[in-house]
Design a protein around this ligand. Sequence first.
Ligand code: GLN
Length: 189
Amino acid sequence: MKIGVLALQGAFAEHQHAVERLGAETKQVRVRSDLCGVDALILPGGESTVQGRLLADASLTQHLRGEIEGGMPVFGTCAGLILLSKQIIDEESVYLGTMSAVVRRNAYGRQLGSFSVTSDMGAIKDFPMVFIRAPYIERVEGEAVALATVDGHIVAARERNMLATSFHPELTSDLRVHEYFLDMVRGIK
Ligand code: GLN
């Protein structure tokens, strides 16, 4: 199994490390042809406005949207969740817009918005959730379901082949969320 990691900006190396520790191969994705032979894609945290612009500059936006709509498993963390969401509160445009989630950027404040809590994500109990100027999901729609909430706000969701978290599992040594995603890619979850 080979997992692509969008490597335009942000915390992509940490995702590669987590996936490789679980025994899967990874490949950095910067241009369309990098998607060849890749079974799934991770969209890392970083700065969604920058990533959105770089996606457009690389002519990747439409192409990725098509791949995701065609069923390619995708896992977005933090800025990656923002890229996936169909609506961003107080913003006019969206990026990939494939996931039925309404997201609020910098929902915990811009400067003091970094913290960690231990909480459950479905069957994954007591997961260390690291938030860095994180968004949260105001609501899910359609087929999207909330997988985790912290203080009444949705911080993880799934819609068919799409998984998204507000927090950064790649910044902890706990591999269970990445394992969940690899199980999605294998068709087990
Ligand atoms: N605040 C960033 C944004 O709006 C996301 C932060 C992150 O990915 N850690 O894009």
